[in-house]
Design a protein around this ligand. Sequence first.
Ligand code: SF4
Length: 85
Amino acid sequence: MTSENCTLWSNMADCARLSGCPFFQDTLSNMPSMSESYKRKYCRGDHTACARYLVLDALGSQHVSGDLFPNMEERARALIAANER
Ligand code: SF4
């Protein structure tokens, strides 16, 4: 593996929030049927596109609701915009 490949791989590393994330730990009361696919795409792929991660990073964990799933980026961005005013 070249150093360039290593850099690309490191950009797709596991999300740093895995161990404490209710979505990844399957502790949300209403897990979506696509949850395993989302985990591959976001939690073990590109966490910077995850709606939960975006809200957590911008506003803090108290703003991450139990029905906000990784694929809801549009909702996350609207929530962030509303709270940054
Ligand atoms: S990518 Fe999103 S859902 Fe997955 S562990 Fe990180 S914050 Fe949680």
